[in-house]
Design a protein around this ligand. Structure first.
Ligand code: B3K
Ligand code: ZN
Length: 880
């Protein structure tokens, strides 16, 4: 395998740069075919820099047009420029100004890093290392500089010119050109630089901060989409108010701009004062966006906004610290949604995401610590581990310290590190100091990969009236980490008495029990509760207080008791999931379920549906069986996805067919003529109704397919229409084919974001023939292979959401995907590498499929030159 360059960067090698860039003056001359960039960098040596120390600036594919220091052109022997950068052999040992000029071709930049064009608009993406594709620079997050940016462009094609900070000047530049000058007073790393130039529409609004400062807000988009930005604007204002209320953080500039673009490698980017968004996370209107889309927009608008304090004002010293900003900011956006909507429903959804995205990563060939100690391609580390597990670690910290203690730590973090590029160690240190605690062992959460397994067993001594919980934790080896240390696990819990109420105890020994939690910090503990009058049912890991896999010895009856009585809604949901998982796993591994066991689960589901006290959104989550991937993970090895699919489908029928009538009645009762609204109650109502439709279709209830067709045809919003389409397509009802065709013609053809939904459903159908369908879409010359949204909807949905077809026994799914990855790698390495991560399940499959996956991966390896992104994923995938 040939890669662009073989290189590994190690955390232990971190050293500050011998020079620093303190201010940046950029001049962009944007033309139709090329853009000229002139950079004036004011540079200083560090106090201890020795004379003759070269200055190495990063550059990626740049061609140097001219170079000067303090206005004097450099002789050829004074510097060296190549594909990876520019070296000044012996720069002055005093403050000086380096001037460089380069020419860029944004229109042919299909990697979508640096300056590129999306639908005619010029825009940038710099995180992690895109700024070096714009100009030569110290493109590392610990160099903070103030930026002034002048943009000149043709007025006709780019009337809107934006960059970070405040607009200080604008006007005509003659010859049909105009210019704007932006200045950002806050020193920032280069990854937060942004520029946008284009012909855009906008909506505007304002927000007055708690201290009375007025901030002008604007969202820019392609003309005609302005109305669709209102929900994003609403979400932004609520985010700004929340960060003031909850963390005492105000916005700091007078302007906050957001721009929506159609070609974007991921969700959005938190550039200072100028967030750039994938348009799917901005545009919302009821007939094209679903409730999930509204939710995603609210969440990501909040996330990027919250980065202003956690990420921008306090940034990362180096990219190993990525989860310093990402884990913390995900935690903050999760808390925002919890406060705005339903906390338990949010927690359950987040845990579902964690288990479906992060646990497989943590238990497979791509496992890495939340703070890795080495990487070869940093863009491959924007992972569920850094984001979602990173957020879980912050959540545990908040659980261990309590809300007030956590806030004290956050306040100190802002006070002490504002304006700095810092580390995980510094982050933990403020919490330790503010609370007078030792977080040495806690830090292991950041350093150690793998999901701990928590095993619990219990016993009751009636004579002594004691109840004993035995807890044991173990983390299996992960690539590069053969041995594991014990972690600090906050295990929130309660003991339920016979009538379902909480039992108190008179004494406890054998471990740390405080504030409603057990804190397990050794490999094992045996905790004895005294004064317990009868054997309790333990409710453990309430609210999923630690990101672990828990094995319990609870009987099905105890689980169902929890499902009915636990005061913790998360564990009520979890108990139903556990019962479903246990039945499916037993059946797959050779122990068919008994009628009694299934009937008991069915009855519990019926009671959940009928409950007057549970809300609709919770019921929608509870009335479900664990996903196929979740069942496979519980089995752990030699997986046959066809068998998992078949058994789960059978179990679904067995559990929900007896509930057909109550489900139908509830479905009918939930129908509503009210106009679409994205509030929590309306969303919950639709979620439950659509869940019931899915269950009715999936359990083959009489008339269910017709009901789906009826809902599809009569739907008054995209949420209901897509739910009906998806239920029909997944079960491949007699109407599915015609419905897909109708959806394509009447909804998808005119709106790329709706087309994505059609692509995703098409690629997720668990039936033979899906590969041919995807191939046909890809082979259509009109299909834009440069657009990440289209590719992720089509190929990503297949890889991540269609286990029976992706992991086909004949290997056709694997070969299909490696073929696509090889092709896309030449267009956009980040997208290609991300698709390849879907192979992470391969070591868990049964032998035949394992061999087929390995053959496809080896074939990719032999296929020729791969980008560093794809080569890195591939080599780790094959090392397992
Ligand atoms: N910080 C960006 C992600 C950048 C990804 C670079 N490969 C968005 C976010 O997490 O908020
Ligand atoms: Zn982020």
């Amino acid at each position: 395998m040939r890669t662009e360059t073989e290189h590994t960067i190690f955390l232990k090698d971190y050293t500050p740069s011998p020079y620093r860039i303190v201010s940046v003056d950029l001049d962009f001359k944007i033309g139709e075919s090329e853009t000229r960039v002139r950079a004036l960098l004011t540079i200083e040596p560090q106090a201890d820099t020795a004379p003759g120390t070269p200055l190495v600036l990063d550059g990626d594919g740049l061609v140097l047009d001219s170079i000067a220091i303090d206005g004097a052109p450099l002789v050829l022997s004074a510097y060296a420029a190549d594909e990876t950068g520019l070296t000044l052999i012996e720069p002055p040992l005093r403050r000086f100004v380096l001037e460089t000029e380069v020419t860029l071709q944004p229109a042919s930049n299909t990697r979508l890093m640096g300056l590129y064009r999306s639908g005619g608009t010029w825009c940038t993406q710099c995180e992690a290392e895109g700024f070096r594709r714009i100009t030569y620079y110290l493109d590392r997050p610990d160099n903070l500089a103030v930026f002034k940016v002048r943009i000149t462009a043709p007025l006709a094609v780019a009337p809107v010119l934006l960059s970070n900070g405040n607009l200080i000047e604008q006007g005509s530049a003659g010859d049909g050109l105009h210019f704007a000058v932006w200045e950002d007073p806050f020193p920032k790393p280069s990854y937060l630089f942004a520029l946008v130039a284009g012909d855009l529409g906008s909506i505007t609004d304002s927000f007055t901060t708690a201290s009375g400062r007025k901030v002008d807000l604007a969202i820019y988009c392609s003309h005609g989409k302005e109305e669709q930005c209102l929900w994003a604007m609403d979400s932004l204002k609520r985010s700004m108010a929340w960060d003031e209320r909850r963390f005492g953080r105000e916005y700091d500039l007078d302007i906050f701009n957001i721009v929506a673009v159609s070609d974007f490698n991921f969700g959005a980017m938190e550039n200072k004062g100028l967030n750039i968004f994938n348009d799917k996370l901005v545009f919302a209107q009821p007939d094209s966006a679903t409730d999930a889309d509204y939710d995603g927009i609210e969440r990501v608008i909040a996330h990027e906004y919250f980065h202003n304090w956690t990420g921008n004002r306090i940034t990362c010293r180096d990219w190993f610290q990525l989860c310093l900003k990402e884990g913390l900011t995900v935690y903050r956006d999760q808390e925002f949604t919890s406060d705005e909507r339903s906390r338990p429903v949010k927690r359950i959804s987040d845990v579902v995401t964690l288990r479906s995205a992060q646990f497989p990563e943590d238990g497979g060939p791509l496992a890495h610590p939340a703070r890795p100690s080495q990487y070869s391609e940093i863009n491959n580390f924007y992972t569920p581990t850094v984001y979602e597990k990173g957020a879980e670690i912050v959540r545990m910290l908040a659980t261990l310290l309590g809300e007030a203690g956590f806030r004290k730590g956050m306040d100190l973090y802002f006070e002490r590190h504002d304006g700095e590029a810092t580390t995980i160690e510094a982050f933990l240190a403020v919490f330790a100091e503010a609370n007078g605690v030792d977080l040495e062992q806690f830090q292991t959460w950041y350093l150690q990969a793998g999901t701990p397994r928590l095993s619990v067993s219990d016993s009751y001594d009636a004579a002594a009236q004691t109840y004993t919980l035995k807890l044991r934790q173990e983390t299996l080896p992960t690539p590069g980490q053969p041995t594991k240390a014990a972690l600090v696990l906050p295990i929130k819990f309660g003991l339920l008495g016979p009538n379902g109420s909480e039992m108190a105890w008179t004494g406890v020994s054998g471990g740390t029990v405080r504030d409603g939690m057990i804190v397990l910090d050794g490999a094992q503990a045996e905790i004895v509760f005294t004064g317990i009058p009868s054997k309790p049912v333990p409710s453990l890991l309430r609210g999923f207080s630690a990101p672990v896999t828990m094995d319990t010895t609870l009987s099905q009856a105890d689980q169902l008791f929890l499902a009915q009585h636990d005061s913790d809604p998360f564990n009520r949901w979890q108990a139903l999931q556990d019962v479903g998982t246990a039945l499916a796993v037993a059946a797959i591994t050779g122990t068919p379920w008994s009628d009694d066991a299934v009937n008991a689960l069915s009855q519990a589901m019926g009671e959940t549906l009928a409950s007057e006290s549970l809300d609709d959104a919770f019921k929608a989550l509870a009335l479900s069986l664990p996903a196929e991937a979740q069942i496979s993970r519980a089995i752990g090895k030699d997986i046959d996805p066809d068998r998992v699919h078949a058994v789960r489908s059978e179990l679904l029928k067995a559990v929900f067919a007896p509930l057909a009538l109550p489900m139908l009645n509830a479905y009918l009762k939930l129908s509503s003529d009210a106009p679409y609204a994205p509030d929590a109650a309306s969303t919950g109502r639709r979620a439950l109704r659509n869940r019931l439709l899915g269950l009715l279709v999936g359990s083959e209830a009489a008339g269910a397919t017709g009901l789906a067709a009826q809902q599809y045809a009569g739907a008054r919003n995209m949420t209901d229409r897509l739910a009906a389409l998806s239920a029909s397509a997944m079960a491949w009802t007699g109407d599915a084919e015609a419905m897909l065709a109708d959806f394509h013609a009447n909804y998808a053809a005119a709106n790329p974001l709706v087309l994505d939904k059609w692509l995703a459903v098409t690629a997720s159908v668990p039936r033979d023939g899906v590969i041919e369908r995807i191939r046909a879409v890809l082979d259509d010359p009109a299909f834009p292979k440069t657009n990440p949204n289209r590719l992720r909807s089509l190929v990503g949905s297949f890889v991540m959401g269609n286990p029976t077809q992706f992991a086909r026994a004949d290997g056709a799914g694997f070969r299909f995907v490696t073929g696509i990855v090889a092709e896309l790698d030449r267009i956009n390495p980040q997208v290609a590498a991300r698709l390849l991560t879907g192979f992470r399940i391969w070591p868990m499959l049964e032998q035949g499929r394992r061999d087929a996956a390995k053959a496809a991966l080896t074939g990719l390896e032999a296929s020729g030159s791969l980008s560093r992104n794809t080569a890195d994923i591939l080599s780790r995938m094959l090392a397992s």
